[in-house]
Design a protein around this ligand. Sequence first.
Ligand SMILES: [Fe+2]
Length: 241
Amino acid sequence: MTIRKSIKLQYLPFICDIHSHILPGVDDGFQSEQDALKILRQYQDDGIKHVVLSPHVDPGMYPKNNETYLTNRFHSFIENLPEDIHLKMYLSAEYMCDEQLQTNRQLLFLGETGVLIEMSYFYQYPYVKETIFALVNAGYQPILAHPERYIYLSKKLDAFDKFIDMECLFQLNLISLSGIYGPRSKIIMHYLFRHNMYSYTGSDVHSLRQYQRIRDIRVSYKLAAKIEELMNNNKQLLSLQ
Ligand SMILES: [Fe+2]
């Protein structure tokens, strides 16, 4: 008999997804309401009970996506859900961390004061630090989405320590565990896990196929224990425990 030393992500207690692009037709995530409903049903079947819809807010890419527009879209989506959908849904956003992210407006928080931010995948944008400082000064908690995707930092790993020094927290993308972002992303992930630098985890799901892929990812039991901790932290972020 062979004893398995790894476990599929679908068997971990993922109750609360804090990062998704399921709100249909507002960004590069789910486009049709039909597909959005399919994944919500799949989430329910898998035991997920809380899901944060976090569309991109990036005026250069998605000019319509501001807080008012997304709030209206969110309400019209959840008010017309079929009766068999019981998931608790929350609206937040994934903000491009640049000079356009101002703290003088009502942001779409993740939890009480969390602000989910992302950066360019190609280079470190000059306003990132200033924007993070402004968020912290305003009393908000910046949460950097998928730090392991900024592969240009794989040879400057101390850059991540600097983000932590700036009071930024990190959110792991579950799909990154598949190795889809290549060896440099793995170097970053190993570093961040080894130094316990991740706080949360999310699917960042953009399509049904991507979610299926996440469910099938196998991780060692040792890594699974760390991921479970992050999944637990997600609940705290939404004040569920
Ligand atoms: Fe995202």
